[in-house]
Design a protein around this ligand. Structure first.
Ligand SMILES: NC(=O)C1=CN([C@@H]2O[C@H](COP(=O)(O)OP(=O)(O)OC[C@H]3O[C@@H](n4cnc5c(N)ncnc54)[C@H](OP(=O)(O)O)[C@@H]3O)[C@@H](O)[C@H]2O)[C@H](O)CC1
Ligand SMILES: [K+]
Length: 504
């Protein structure tokens, strides 16, 4: 699905209203009803605690008024408050009129902010996508009051004070929500680690925004879901043989890190590659032949680290990096690889650190190479970022400049493309923050590239399947108990889910 800016979200509202020939009040009723239902599915009145709804002057506040009315009608004990303002939005005013007699709108004042009991449910409807400047005065005081309260906060659409798609002004407070329930699509802000403490757990509820608008709106940001992946992974050919599915080469491992080569190899084998050869230093031979017998071992003459690039002609893709060393000889192998490879490349770990330390090598990067840095490795490649938004700008620029696909690993791993698009992944869990996870990803990506998938498809599918394998594995191991080896067992099922079914 697409990720829209705040301005595009407003356009989506307008397009929907026009298409349906309805009104903004009707759309507000629908959006707020979806939110009320989200709450009702989790809390029911007999066990419900006092509910306090805080409204701002715009349509976010209007949503709050609808939710307050509906929760009151559902039997909740509701109090509803509004910030004083010179003017309120028309739909705010309309919904103020619709508050039932037993539910009076109370105006907030700095001198008497309402007491919030620890067991209260707080609905934050102060500001949404219309936030236009830093919060000051009473609005800021109310946000700080909510943040000091021990109660659960559910934010309507956005935690108030947070911008949908840009950095916060320093010193402007933001609501720290337990849950953020947003309409139809996630906002960019939800996907960035720096906002996690404000957004809490985020959810989207469908509100029937115009399908046509959402399919046609110009954007360069996407949230990777199964719909976006449909048709990208073909089913295996009835008459296919191992030659059909490519021959991958992994350049991996050094003394003490042969496990990384093993994990990448197992992941590569589980991702459908026809043949796999693994180049490790001599120390890796017995280990690899024992723990990944399906792979061919092609050992380097050096005992402890990679020192020579093998002949590349047999291979349809090459992955380099898991567990390698930063020795001068290994740097030479990387340089030779960049100079001579005529097949797709995947670079990870110390292959990236070698690039970062020798930026002249970046000029040799073949087009459509996939790089898989974590934020620290990315910093070594592209320089330090001021914050998460700036890091995305650096990512776009780096991919454009070097015509490469860069997989910035994290909670919502972000793929940057040479065309300037950003794809945020939707699978995976914190259990995957464990040694070897990245080696598994390199194995998957190398296998998909070896099978002749285009770089974009391979990267999107590989990232998603890696996270999905983590989610499937965690059902058995729990998140804390998850180790990278568990991921390899679930790559097959994850890819199977994504495979285009044979249709009649
Ligand atoms: N499809 C949807 O997503 C739908 C969303 N809905 C809800 O509508 C809001 C957006 O509503 P909007 O009225 O555009 O904006 P807000 O309610 O967030 O805020 C606008 C008002 O707040 C004032 N404002 C802005 N910044 C500040 C500030 N720092 N301090 C004080 N006041 C501020 C602003 O005043 P201006 O002077 O800037 O005009 C406005 O008065 C969206 O988030 C959803 O909750 C719809 O309900 C339907 C579908
Ligand atoms: K809000």
């Amino acid at each position: 699905m697409r990720i829209l800016t705040a301005a595009q979200t407003r356009q989506a509202d307008q397009a929907t209203i026009q298409e349906e020939n309805s009104s903004s009040a009707a759309l507000m009723e629908r959006a707020a009803t979806a939110l009320t239902e989200w709450i009702l599915a989790r809390l029911s009145p007999p066990e419900a605690d006092p509910t306090l709804v805080f409204c701002g002057p715009g349509n976010n506040g209007g949503d709050g008024l609808v939710v307050a009315r509906q929760l009151h009608q559902a039997g909740f004990t509701v109090q509803v408050f509004a910030l004083p303002a010179e003017g309120y939005s028309p739909d705010f005013d309309a919904n103020r009129q619709r508050l039932p007699a037993g539910l009076a709108l109370q105006t907030l004042s700095a001198a008497a902010l309402p007491v919030i009991a620890p067991d209260a449910l707080v609905v934050d409807a102060l500001f949404g996508t219309g936030l236009s400047r830093p919060l000051t005065g009473l609005a800021a005081a109310v946000v700080q009051h909510l943040n000091q309260a021990p109660a659960r906060v559910v934010a309507v659409d956005m935690p108030s004070g947070l911008l949908a798609d840009a950095s916060q002004p320093a010193a402007s407070p933001v609501v720290r929500a337990r849950h953020t329930v947003s309409f139809e699509l996630p906002k960019l802000a939800f996907l960035l680690p720096q906002n996690a403490a404000y957004v809490g757990r985020w959810h989207t509820v469908p509100i029937g925004l115009s399908r046509q608008f959402l399919a046609e709106v110009e954007t360069n940001m996407y949230f990777t879901d199964t719909a976006l992946l449909a048709g990208r992974l073909p089913a295996r050919d009835q008459f296919g043989h191992k030659g059909t599915y490519g021959h991958a080469l992994l350049l991996a491992g050094s003394r003490g890190k042969i496990g990384a080569a093993v994990l990448a190899a197992q992941a590569c084998l589980r991702s459908g590659v026809g043949l796999l050869t693994v180049r490790t230093p001599a120390v890796g031979y017995d280990i690899l032949q024992t723990s990944a017998p399906e792979a061919m071992a092609l050992t380097d003459p050096a005992p402890d680290f990679l020192s020579e690039l093998p002949e590349l002609t047999p291979y349809s893709a090459v992955g380099m990096g898991p567990g390698i060393d930063k020795a001068e000889e290994t740097k030479h192998v990387l340089e030779q690889l960049l100079r001579h490879a005529k097949v797709p490349l995947v670079l990870d770990a110390d292959a990236l650190n070698l690039l970062g330390a020798n930026p002249e090598l970046l000029q040799l990067l073949p087009a459509d190479t996939i790089l898989t840095p974590h934020p620290k490795e990315f910093e070594r490649l592209a320089g330090p970022a001021r914050d998460d938004y700036h890091r995305l700008e650096l990512l776009r620029e780096f991919c454009r400049l070097h015509r490469c696909y860069t997989v910035l690993k994290g909670a919502h791993t972000c793929l940057g493309t040479p065309a300037g698009e950003l794809y945020f992944n939707s699978t995976g869990n914190p259990g995957m923050a464990t040694g070897g996870s990245g080696d598994v990803l390199t194995g998957i990506l190398t296998a998909l590239r070896a099978q002749h998938l285009p770089a974009l498809d391979a990267a999107l599918l590989g990232i998603y399947a890696h996270g999905r394998a983590g989610d499937l594995a965690a059902r058995h191991t729990g998140q804390a108990g998850l180790i990278a080896g568990d991921l390899t067992r679930f790559i097959g099922p994850a890819l199977q889910e994504l495979t285009t079914p044979d249709t009649f």
